[in-house]
Structure formats: C-alpha cells, structure tokens
Ligand binder design. Sequence first.
Ligand code: NIG
Ligand code: FE
Length: 410
Amino acid sequence: MTARDRFDLLLTHACIATLDAARDDGYGLIEDGAVGCVDGHITWIGPTAELTSGQRDAARVVDAGGRLLTPGWIDCHTHLVFGGDRADEFEMRLEGADYAEIARAGGGILSSVRATRAASEDELFEQSLPRAQALLADGVTTLEIKSGYGLDLDSERRMLRVARRIGEALGLTVRTSFLGLHALPPEFAEDAEGYVAEVCDRMLPVLAEEGLIDAVDAFCETIGFTRDQVQRLFERARALGLPVKLHAEQLSDQDGATLTASFDGLSADHLEYLSEHGVRAMADAGTVAVLLPGAFYALRETKLPPIDALREHNVPMAVATDLNPGTAPLRSLRLAANMACTLFRLTPLEALRGTTVHAAQALGLHDRGVLRNGARADMVLWHARHPAELSYWIGGSLADRIFVAGRTAT
Ligand code: NIG
Ligand code: FE
C-alpha cells in the first residue's frame, strides 16, 4: 500500500445506508461496514471484516460503534438569504387572512423584498448564516440558495454573493439559483412585461457573466408570472447554457411542469396541482419532482401532490425545506422528511432518497448523494441504528458527526 493509498479517514463498524442502487433496490445497507477516504473522496467501502491490516492503518480512524452512516443530506430548494422575518404575517394568517390576500395587499414576498433591499451585504450575511448553520447541524452538507428577494440588479447580486459567502464560511457546497421572476417589484407594479424584459435582458446576463448563477428559477403562478413570461426567461437561460427549474403548480395548475420538462429542467418544485400530463412530461425528461411539505404544512394546504402518479411513472422525488420567511420558516431538512412521510405518505426510504440521491440529481450533481467508490466523502454519522429513524424522530438533534469532503464539519 503506497502513501497515496493510505486512507486519511477510515470509518469502521457503521451501519451504512449507501443508497447505492447497484447494491439493492432499498437502502443499500452494509450492516457492519467501513468507508475509507482519500483526498475528500471515498476510495473503499465494504464490510469492516474485509479490511486488510494495511488499510486499518489510516491517518484517522473513527469507530462508529454500530451507528448509522448516510450520505450527507442535500437541501435542494431554499430561500435562506433574506432580510427580516414575517412573524407578523404568521399572526395575520392565524387571524384569518390568506397567503394570496396578504401578497396582493403588498405584504408577503414584497415585505421581504423591502427588508432585503434595506440590508447591507454584511447584514444579510449575518442574518442568513445561522439558518444555514441550523441546516448543517441537522445533516445538510450541500444546499441550494435562491435569490428573489432583491428584484433589482444590485440587490439580487447581493443575495447571490451572500449565498456564495455562506458556502465558503461553512465549507459547504452552495448552488445558487437566480429567481428574478419571483414577484413584481413595486417600481414595475404596472409593467410586468417591462420587468420580465429587465430580468431577461439585463439582470440574467449580467449576473451569469459574474459567475453568480448555477441555475435559473421562477414562480409560475397567478400571483407570480405567466407561463409565457417564464418561457421567455427559460429561452434566455438556455442561450446562456444555464439549467432551469420552476416553482410550479403550487397554488393552481399553470402547466409549468410541462414547460420545465420541455427545457430538460432539473426540477419542478411544489407540484400540489400537477396534472397527469405534467407527470408524464417530467418522467420523459427526467425532471425531478421536488416536494416541499413545509410550505404545504405552513399554508395548511389540503391538496396533496400526486404522489401515486409520480411513483407510477418513476419520476424521482426529492424533499427540501423551501426555507423562506413566508411559507416555510423551516430550518430542518429532517423535519421536512418527517412531514413528507406524515403528510404526503412517502415511505422513509423515499424520504431518504429524496434528501440524498434524488436531491443531488435535482441540483445536477453526480458526485454525491450515494456512498460508493469515487463519491465525495460527504457523510453523516447519526445517533440512530436504522434509516427509518431519520424521518421518524421529530425535533431534537440526531446528527453525531458530519463529514464534508472527508473532514469533520461539526
Ligand atoms: O417557495 N412560492 C413562492 N416562493 C416561496 C415563498 C416565498 C415567500 O413567501 O417569501 C415558496 O413557497
Ligand atoms: Fe420556494
């Protein structure tokens, strides 16, 4: 064994849920397993008993004592960079106002836009960092963060820069999505077309050129943007070589998922009002269905996403927090997984795939979400023995050790 092959990290005696479909069609369990890592990647995985004495001589050995090891969790849909909060609207909703009414009265997303515009880059960073830290403490090692509370070039840029800074500060992978078409800013209140042009012709190309955008998102809804407007944005994104995704069919059926699929979109998200036709289009394109049970819960929705049809057509399902100040002040992906099981009737296996392998797919990342040779060594060792516990326990803390690229993150 050469110095190059020597493991920098060796985990032994873990119950490993690899999620590797090559092992079996379930958790891909290795009961008393070991994982060896070199330079931030997995180079060996298998039964602890099969390790040679040379392999056991690693730079660092962690005996997992039978605890559960999974891939690092991936939160593929968050809006965690924003100024202020909307606890006042939570109170209003409890007094009878609904989300769309509040939005039409200038509250909702626009109230977060005011607070975000008023915050400096450092203030935005200070306010947002603890939300990412909370996700990390609960096992998240890769996350997506959207813009969409700035709605002018400078403020959207500030949000995206803060998102990147959060990744650097915590040593996590952050993928950024440009969500310029989230709401109509007050200065374009009477001119939706003018704002769409500003987003497509100015904001998108400038921010893409600055390297701040990994994907392009929009809110296709009666209180958001029309299918035609979103199509224009997606055409621009395609011309710039950027992948697309969409807030689709959350409050009504706008046929947005079909549009997203026609652009080979990474994901269509929310999907409570998704039609059979939309499900088929997603299946054909390989577009991931991102389920956001936190928003469903907070808005006390009753219409469920068509889980059976998604299953039947083998559409990969991911689960994310949607962490945002309005519809999902939810700072735990594990709680989102629990809600996906309890509210949407996902199985614990589906929920775990949804926060690992399918979430990676939703972000277009192919080097993580599964524990196998060659994968990034992003892993969570849990105070648990069986993978179903991850969506079973509600609250508290369950993560024991979190490894990002083979290094301890907490
Ligand atoms: O994903 N649906 C639109 N956007 C967010 C809500 C944002 C907000 O209310 O601030 C969502 O639910
Ligand atoms: Fe969202």
